[in-house]
Ligand binder design. Structure first.
Ligand code: HAM
Length: 424
């Protein structure tokens, strides 16, 4: 026998109870986006490699080693999107959505990074993101943070998440800071690991982000970016903190938070948790006022975040909530063509009158006992039964499941009343 073909490493199937939890989360995000007035945008999975190189930065982990890049049949270099921000900007520019406009977008979809797979880290993972264009004031950052805060609260996971914020200044002041940082780390080069020595040349800010516990001490003694800000960045950060305090949002300033993508300026933030084994980020973002012009557009401020849904689902599964889809009503009928047709017609009628309810019908062969078993399996609240007798009398029977009341036969008119009383 041939061996079964397995999925690609780091890429998963999601099914059964996990899928129900995913659906609940995705539904919540779609509704919440609408409640905050954001518009949906959908963009391709494949993009020209140059888009990511130009925006994310050549010396970042994503560009150096994580992208799924290949030459297509024409020889063009394409990459599977490792994130959504660059693509959203590309789409916004190409479709003329950004020039002189204020736009607020949301998106949801798979991203691809060739990282070492482990719990909470996959090669295909799902992100939900918000991106706001055309507004440079700090209230946008605050709105994004409020959005996340509300989501955590409504999912019941707010107690395991912590908000970290920082500012990384402008691109110019960051250059000056980088020089100071490199000089400090060069003076202490013996305390660095191999990866950080390499980063000294390529992306020194990322040394601050190192997960190596041996570097903790040296990093804590490094110069702080907060001492290198210009007045504009300082003011922006003060305003951010003030607004968060006014709105009673708890945060921590984390001066080593620098983010792994080059396009940010001023505000950066992340929500992290200790509840997924190693400390991990479930949501991250920041301001990127130069990205639109870097990709060929006019000056247009931008700010956004993306959350990793795989990690949020894991947090949701740690609390005791049943996300399984609930079946409200289950239709059981004789396995005779004319009766089954009538039963299907009845089920369609109920779906039209009760569009929010889940109505299932038994399909395939099976006696009533088997069909009732199936209704139990789906934890249906109500069973509706159409046997030969009901069919001939133009009537229908119904029973509340998990209840002592017996099965009752109704005229069609009485049945409407029964549904009204038991399905709302
Ligand atoms: P990022 O920090 O690279 O930012 O990713 C955002 C979130 O995606 C992370 O906090 C994490 O939850 C999730 N994530 C990243 N990599 C993986 C992985 N391999 N497996 C599972 N989850 C993962 C961005 O992508 C920016 N585009 C965020 C942004 C939007 N900034 C402004 N707008």
């Amino acid at each position: 026998m041939q061996k079964n073909i397995q999925s690609v490493r780091g890429m998963r199937d999601i099914h059964s109870q996990d899928a129900a939890c995913w659906m609940y989360l995705e539904d919540s995000l779609k509704k919440l986006s609408n409640r905050y007035g954001y518009e949906y945008i959908k963009f391709p999975i494949l993009e020209k490699t140059a888009l990511f190189k130009r925006s994310i930065g050549d010396n970042t982990d994503i560009i150096e080693k994580e992208m799924y890049t290949f030459a297509d049949r024409n020889g063009d270099s394409l990459s599977m999107r490792p994130e959504g921000t660059a693509v959203c900007v590309r789409a916004g520019l190409q479709q003329g959505l950004l020039y002189n406009q204020r736009r607020k977008f949301w998106y949801l979809g798979s991203m691809f990074r060739h990282e070492r797979p482990q719990q909470g880290r996959y090669r295909q993972f799902e992100q939900f993101g918000l991106e706001v264009f055309g507004i440079s004031s700090v209230d946008v950052e605050v709105e994004l943070i409020l959005f996340c805060n509300r989501l955590w609260r409504e999912l019941g996971i707010e107690n395991v998440l912590q908000l970290n914020i920082n500012t990384i200044g402008t691109i110019e002041t960051r250059e000056e800071y980088k020089r100071e940082l490199v000089s400090f780390f060069r003076d202490n080069i013996d305390s660095l690991d191999e990866d950080s020595v390499r980063r000294l040349e390529t992306n020194p800010l990322r040394i601050l982000d190192s997960k190596n516990p041996n570097l903790k001490d040296i990093i804590s003694r490094a110069p702080s970016i907060l001492d290198y800000l210009d007045d504009g960045s300082k003011e922006h950060f003060i305003e951010l903190k003030k607004m968060l305090e006014n709105l009673k949002i708890t945060y921590r300033v984390k001066p080593t938070l620098v983010r792994g993508l080059d396009y940010y300026n001023d505000t950066v933030f992340e929500w992290s948790t200790d509840s997924l084994g190693a400390k991990s980020e479930v949501c991250a973002g920041g301001r990127y006022d130069k990205l639109v012009s870097l990709l060929g557009g006019h000056e247009c401020p931008g700010v956004g975040f993306a959350m990793g849904l795989d990690r949020i689902v894991s947090l949701m599964q740690q609390i005791d909530v049943n996300y399984n889809q609930k079946t409200d009503l289950f239709v059981i009928s004789d396995d005779i063509l004319s009766v089954r047709s009538k039963a299907m017609e009845i089920a369609e009628g109920i779906r039209s009158n009760y569009p929010d309810k889940s109505i299932m019908i038994y399909t395939g062969n099976g006696n009533f006992k088997k069909q009732f078993k199936e209704a139990d399996k789906y934890k249906a609240k109500v069973a509706v039964i159409l046997g030969d007798k009901e069919f001939k009398n133009d009537s229908i029977s119904a029973k509340i499941l998990n209840d002592d009341t017996s099965q009752t036969m109704y005229t069609m008119q009485e049945f409407d009343r029964f549904l009204h009383n038991n399905l709302v």
